[in-house]
Design a protein. Structure first.
Length: 481
């Protein structure tokens, strides 16, 4: 049976008579923390789940819990009879006010089956009560399609996933039926690992070897001098980028190696060209020179570098994009740019690649124009819709690449375990999962197929857990055509 995916966060209202299978179905598909159950709340405020005298208090508590959860935009599965129209519409209104999708799941279990299940229960629903519920259900199931839910579903194979994966199933099918080629790059954004700094060299070697074995086409490193706040703390171990790439050149044999990306203010540009040329020679022609505008002002101040206004940095970037190919070419002709003067561009040995590729990071209009005019590729962020707009703007003038954090599990259970283990304590699982694009192998195949269809030629992924490289290898293999 095909799996239905609902976007996270969402509200799921279960509707049906007693013994129709609602609680069993919910428990098989959702974590207990997502389910608000009238029976459990009856046990909380009364003497047990069958304490009918506690029903009014239990439902009052249920209403408050549902209101609080939806107000916090948390996926909420409401497990009660759901036969009260006024309550259903109130929950639907809360979801709409929070901007959350809301679906109803109707359990149209045959009456005889409900009665049979009820007879096998240790504590039965009184026969006349169940008969009244079955009678109510016959009317309710006609009302549901008119109440305004995003969908009215039958019990099915269902999973709540980050928005990026809602349409991934169809895209993954397209990849199977008509495979597309897509390159994969691994971005190293953190050097924190259990062995500490004495084991860093061995750890880097292991990562490089595993990345090649998994099928990655390239390894990229961030060009910073201390950890950036989006990833970790300033005092965490952080390696210098081009030195690390030189070491990786000796540890690997196939992957391309580059920065994603070098801030144009960090080094004398001619010196940067010499570094990239040296890496290309020592790696056997595998270097990629990534450059960008530079943005981390605090890092500049910490190291005593000037941080020019954005206009000056753009002028420097434009000059750099023109100077680098001159440095890597024959001869020693001078270069005269808007802000750069290089009297002698001697740079030997020249790169082994006849054309050492230049990649520009950034998606602002000015950056895109510079990339389209001078570079080989541009690296961007964003969802499929944003990428499609950027691809339309570029009109194929430069290769489009895409960077995202990606967490891959072999199956949905593995994904849930990874999210639970890796998420910060103060971040709820759904938000963390969305922030790192947490999904199964099939989810990721679908997402990357959609990016490929939007115009992306290479995806660079940063892994929150490098132990998932094997699972990533399964994704990569789907694009080897």
């Amino acid at each position: 049976m095909d799996e239905l995916k609902l976007p996270s966060p969402c509200v799921v209202v279960l509707v049906g008579p007693g013994a129709s299978g609602k609680s069993t179905w919910a428990a098989e598909r959702f974590g207990a923390e997502l389910i608000v159950s009238s029976d459990r709340l009856r046990a909380l405020v009364g003497a047990g789940e069958d304490d009918i005298a506690a029903s009014a208090d239990a439902f009052a508590l249920l209403e408050e819990v549902v209101r609080q959860r939806i107000g916090r935009r948390l996926t909420t599965v409401i497990d009660t009879l759901g036969l009260d129209r006024e309550r259903r519409l109130r929950w639907l209104g809360l979801a709409r006010a929070a901007g959350m999708p809301c679906v109803a799941v109707g359990f149209d279990t045959p009456a005889d089956e409900c009665r049979r299940r009820n007879r096998s229960r240790p504590k039965r629903i009184p026969a006349d009560v169940l008969t009244a519920q079955l009678r109510s259900w016959n009317a309710v199931k006609k009302e549901l399609p008119e109440e305004g839910y995003d969908d009215v579903l039958q019990p099915t194979v269902l999973r709540v996933v980050p928005e990026a994966f809602v349409a991934a199933g169809a895209a993954a099918t397209r990849q199977v039926e008509a495979p597309a080629r897509l390159r994969f790059g691994l971005q190293l954004s953190s050097y924190t690992h259990p062995a500490g700094r004495t084991g860093t060299a061995a750890w880097i070697r292991e990562v490089g070897e595993k990345a090649e074995a998994a099928g990655f086409d390239a390894i990229y490193v961030m060009d910073h001098f201390r950890q950036i706040p989006q990833v970790g703390r300033a005092w965490e171990d952080f390696l210098e980028s081009w030195t690390t790439l030189g070491y990786l050149a000796a540890c690997t044999s196939r992957v391309r190696l580059g920065t994603l990306v070098s801030g144009i203010t960090y080094r004398n540009v001619a010196h940067l060209g010499k570094i990239a040329a040296t890496l290309d020679v020592l790696s056997g022609g595998r270097a990629v020179c990534g450059v960008g505008l530079a943005w981390f002002e605090a890092e500049h101040k910490a190291y005593g570098w000037s941080f020019p206004p954005v206009g000056e940095r753009y002028a420097l970037l434009e000059d750099a994009l023109q100077l680098l190919p001159v440095l890597w070419g024959p001869g020693n002709k001078p270069f005269h740019g808007k802000v750069l003067e290089v009297p002698d561009t001697t740079c030997y040995p020249r790169p082994l690649q006849e054309h050492l590729p230049v990649l520009v990071g950034g998606s602002g209009p000015r950056t895109l124009r510079l990339a389209a005019r001078y570079a080989d590729a541009v690296n961007v962020f964003g969802d499929v819709a944003q990428v499609r707009k950027l691809a339309s703007y570029l009109s194929g003038k430069v290769e489009l690449t895409h960077l995202s954090t990606t967490l891959v599990g072999k199956d949905s259970r593995a994904v849930d375990e990874l999210v639970d283990r890796l998420r910060p304590r103060n971040l709820n699982p759904a938000r963390y999962a969305a922030s790192v694009n947490a999904g199964t192998v099939d989810d990721q195949i679908g997402r990357f197929r959609e990016l490929s269809e939007a115009g992306v030629a290479e995806v660079m992924i940063s892994l929150p857990d490098l132990d998932t490289l094997d699972a990533v290898g399964d994704v990569i293999s789907a694009f080897r055509v």
